[in-house]
Structure formats: structure tokens, C-alpha cells
Design a protein. Structure first.
Lengths: 178, 203
């Protein structure tokens, strides 16, 4: 029996509500954006090219990323929605957001220097995120919020409202043994 | 430690499942990408023929001067390019003259629209044939034989920095459409409409 008093964060986490909200928000965004990319892989490929992160030759790296990445988003979204493999899905989501958000900032800065707008926040371009043209600052703000929610999903100990409870007989709180 | 291992296992499972679904979907989708095709290859662009009288060692493209005596058609002067490519450039006036030429109706002058289905249906140069370079396999069979014997093939996309028309030109060159007949309308549909050109809509 653990007599140690729980912190406010731990008590909130134990309700499962923060995790549920985080899961739903990320799932909605990732599934929506992932489906948009899957439906138009060429546009996604062309938009990825603007970041000049992967070599164009050999082409297989960029083509593979354009084909696979949207499905990673969708599967992460589905996993979070259902509440299975929550930690893994949260970690991948956080990783993708951590990788792509700096690229959006970098590209936004490039366009700003090229005179695309008077301020960085007024720079608007299609970041390849699946939602068409976005303003740099608002997209970065959204991604930062999603990143924090993804971290919450990764590190939350609660498994309330998760489908995984049905077949794993997991306790509501996972023991942290790492 | 157990949590870390479980998380790592979940990451692997999700990535593997996503890869499997992606490969399967890409294989059956008519919008699937070819894994190894370089859709943006400019360096791999076939070199046009070298001028017969060019000094040895020079391998610059044999872009015709396109004066009336050298080019059977309305391309009057080689306009300055603003995109990086090797193709001859057509202006609005050149394209308009070609479209109004009887040879256009006969199919010897052809406009090729290098945009996707949605944009093609929304408005194109009248009589233009669609050849979206990323799905060239779907469009070329219907038009390739005509393009291979055409006297002038004018390729365009949206205009501005749109490069799809360049990739379409490269695709045509690879499909044995002679370099000499390929013209790139850099202004694209934006320039065409901006200058009052008529458009045709629908599929």
C-alpha cells in the first residue's frame, strides 16, 4: 500500500479526463490530416520537397515518406482514439510534431526573408500538413499544443476510457517501473 | 524499464503496421506513387541533340532560334526563361496563335495541360490534352501517338513557379516526342486567363 500523498497532477491524471481529451484532440487532427494526405500523395510529395530535408535522388526516400507518413498519422490517431498502444502512439505523434514544427518555422522564415509578408506571423503557405495554406505562427501554436498533448498521452499513467482495459485487465493506473 | 520496452514495442508495431498498410494501399490506389521514380529529376533530364555545327566540346542544348524560317509555326522569338529548364519557351501570343491555327484543329499543334484532374476540369486552354506528369502512365496512352507526330506541343501548368510543365516536358522527351517540337508555356493558365484567353471546362 502506497501511503505517499498524490500530487494534484497525479490525481488529475488518475481521473483519465486529461488523457481522454488529449487522445481525442490528437486523434481528430491526425486522422483528418492523414486522410487528406493519403487522398493526394502527389501534392504531399511536392510540398515535402519544399523543405529540402531528404535527397531527391535516390527518390525512394522521399517517395516512401510521402506514402508511409500519412498512414503513420492515421494509425497513431486510431490507436489514440481507441485507447490502444497509447504510449507508443503518443511518442510517435510527439516525435513527428517535434520533427516537422521546426521545419515549418524554417520554411516560414525563408519565405519571410523573401518578402512574402511584412511579419513572420503573416507568412502563409501550404506546409504539407494536410490542411492547405496556414499562417506560420498559428500553425506553430497548434503544433506546440498538440506536442504537449502527445507528451501527456505518452507519460500519462492512467488507462481509464482506454479500450486496452477491456482485454488486459490493467489497473487504472499503470505502475511506473522504468 | 518494462514501460520503456513496452513503449518501444508499441512504436515498432505502429510503424510496421503503418508501413504495411501504406504499401498495400499505394499498390492498389490509382493515385499511388512509384517508389523509385524521381518525379523531380532535372539532372536526369535527357539532353537534347547537339547542334551539328557547334564547336567541339560544347554541349549546349540545340534550342532552335525559332524564327519563321526555322520553326513551322507561330513561335516568333525565344522569350527569356524564368524557370530552370532546357526547353523552348512560348508566350501568350505564341500559344494564342497556335490555338487559332488550322493545324491545331487538325491535331498537329497540341496544347498539353500538366495539371491535376481538378484544375484541368476547372478550366484549361480549349482543346488541351491532360498529362499530369506524376500519373503520366494514365494519360499518355491516349495522346502519345498524336504527340509523337505533332509539329508543336505546347506544355503548360498553373504558371508562376509551377514546375509540373517542366516535368511533363521531360516525360514527353523520354517518350520520344522530339525536343524540337516541345514548347513550354511558362506563364501557364494564369497568364492565359489574365490576358483574356478563353478556357474550356469539364472533364
Amino acid at each position: 500500500m502506497n501511503d505517499k500523498p498524490k500530487s494534484l497532477i497525479a490525481r488529475m491524471d488518475a481521473t483519465g479526463i486529461p488523457l481522454l481529451l488529449a487522445r481525442l484532440v490528437i486523434a481528430f487532427e491526425f486522422i483528418r490530416l492523414g486522410i487528406a494526405k493519403v487522398g493526394d500523395p502527389v501534392t504531399f510529395l511536392k510540398l515535402m520537397r519544399q523543405y529540402q530535408v531528404l535527397p531527391e535522388d535516390p527518390a525512394i526516400y522521399m517517395n516512401a515518406l510521402a506514402v508511409i507518413l500519412p498512414w503513420v498519422e492515421i494509425l497513431c490517431g486510431v490507436a489514440l482514439l481507441l485507447g490502444i498502444m497509447v504510449r507508443g502512439a503518443g511518442l510517435i505523434s510527439a516525435g513527428m510534431l517535434a520533427a516537422f514544427t521546426p521545419l515549418i518555422i524554417t520554411r516560414g522564415l525563408e519565405l519571410f526573408r523573401e518578402g512574402a509578408a511584412d511579419t513572420l506571423c503573416a507568412v502563409s503557405f501550404n506546409c504539407g500538413c494536410g490542411g492547405g495554406d496556414v499562417f506560420v505562427c498559428s500553425k506553430v501554436a497548434v503544433n506546440t499544443g498538440l506536442f504537449l498533448l502527445a507528451l501527456l498521452a505518452t507519460f500519462s499513467r492512467s488507462r481509464r476510457f482506454c479500450l486496452v482495459q477491456l482485454w488486459q485487465r490493467e489497473p487504472t493506473l499503470e505502475p511506473v517501473t522504468g | 524499464m518494462k514501460t520503456i520496452l513496452i513503449t518501444a514495442f508499441q512504436v515498432v508495431v505502429i510503424l510496421a503496421a503503418a508501413s504495411a498498410v501504406a504499401v498495400a494501399y499505394n499498390g492498389v490506389s490509382d493515385k499511388g506513387l512509384k517508389w523509385s521514380k524521381n518525379y523531380f529529376a532535372k539532372s536526369a533530364m535527357p539532353r537534347p541533340p547537339v547542334r551539328p555545327n557547334a564547336p567541339s566540346g560544347e554541349d549546349e542544348p540545340a534550342i532552335p532560334a525559332s524564327g519563321p524560317e526555322q520553326s513551322a509555326g507561330p513561335i516568333s522569338e525565344t522569350p527569356k526563361k524564368h524557370l530552370d529548364h532546357i526547353f523552348q519557351v512560348a508566350t501568350y501570343e505564341d500559344v494564342a496563335a497556335a490555338v487559332n491555327d488550322p493545324l491545331y484543329a487538325e491535331g498537329l499543334y497540341v496544347c498539353v495541360d500538366a495539371r491535376d484532374d481538378e484544375n484541368f476540369a476547372a478550366g484549361r486552354i480549349p482543346g488541351a490534352k491532360q498529362m499530369f506528369p506524376y500519373y503520366a502512365d494514365q494519360h499518355l496512352p491516349q495522346i502519345l501517338s498524336q504527340l509523337q507526330i505533332a509539329e508543336k506541343v505546347i506544355v503548360y501548368c498553373t504558371g508562376g513557379d509551377c514546375e509540373d510543365s517542366i516535368f511533363a516536358c521531360r516525360e514527353l522527351l523520354e517518350q520520344s516526342v522530339p525536343f524540337e517540337v516541345i514548347y513550354l508555356y511558362e506563364g501557364g493558365i494564369k497568364d492565359w486567363q489574365g490576358q483574356g484567353g478563353q478556357v474550356e471546362t469539364g472533364e
